[in-house]
Write a protein that binds this ligand. Sequence first.
Ligand code: HSE
Length: 434
Amino acid sequence: MKMIKVGMIGFGTIGAGVAKILAGNGEIIRHRLGAGVELVKVADLDITTDRGVKLAPDVLTTSADEVINHPDIDVVIELIGGYEPARKFLLQAIDQGKHVVTANKALLAKHGDEIFSAAAKKSLSIGFEASIGGAIPIIRSIREAFVANRIKSIEGIVNGTANYILSKMSDENCDFDTALKEAQEKGFAEADPTFDIEGIDSAHKIAVLTRLAYGTPVPFDDITVTGISGITSEDIECARVFGYRIKLLAISKFDGQAIDIRVHPAMIPIAHSMANVNGALNAIRICDDMMEENVLIGHGAGALPTGSAVVGDVVEIARNILSGVGERLPAGSFQDKEVKKIPFKSISEIESEYFLRFSVLDNPGVLSKISGILGKHSISIESMIQRGRGDRGEGVPLVMMCHKSSEKNIQSALKEIEALDVVCEKSNLIRVER
Ligand code: HSE
């Protein structure tokens, strides 16, 4: 039986998942592919830790070069994450004529164009399904299933760690640190959890999806990113009272002229299709001109879900190899010459509904001062709650939902409100998405 030979650089959580899947599900893969997939070399700096899967002693190496330059290897899987040396290894593997598979969204968000074009020049495939949404087939959906559709928006819960934390805080009144620790123990978190909590991992993912959806280069630094570290139990409780859940959303909307791309915590109504996507689950909602909305939900992180997406890419490449075709479709979804720069909106150009939380003195006239400033900036209040009673001169929370307003007006109003001497702490703003 023909064997497709695979090498892997990085034997951490996902790498171990890939090895387990190839060992445990080798037979079903052979039955579907008509050939076998053999892991012939695995490189990692640490080859002594037990990863719960047995590999032949000559498979493990500490040298990535042994994978990249191995004459029999058809496909190189990169699972070390980060920018360097991952970028160097991928480019070297492509240079050696190897197809490549990666789960590295950070690298693709910043250097995707360079890697895509290096692979295209050699008619080699690059699989990166595992880079976004773990087991959710979002790359395949955009590049293949929705190939005829004009995408209008993508909104996603694309970070399992952040979703796990927010869900725990909402459902179990759990504090932030306990929830983060559990997410890390379960293997969802990035090496540096700041990327998960501060929205950077979600921004990497929405940058890649935007490139695929609209055929534009995406300047990563133009994405407005706010993480979940400013979300308090108070916000979560107020969201519940108003009939919303708070989710970290990655958003990319194209109105035909410009793209609105951002990552931030958002209030979504309890009836929203993603409001009950909890724990480490991910969800991605796509709206286009052919279907109102399509929501894909699944496991966005973890060894086996993400590992299965990696193996899915390997098998797709194996099919190309077996049928003698090079890369069938452009890595970035659009033909290279059709990739055109689309303008990006700055956050001050967007409009949204807003949740505002102030900490104010519980004195006569405070509400009228605040509502007066909002009114002056054309911001209309939809509903409002004041919690507690501040008869000892300390701040009480005053929260409001505002009708659709311009971000520019909201920011100017907040600046004015925060300068009032009745305001005790920095206010919080959460955008509402429907
Ligand atoms: N750290 C990521 C998450 C892993 O928590 O979703 C998958 O990219």
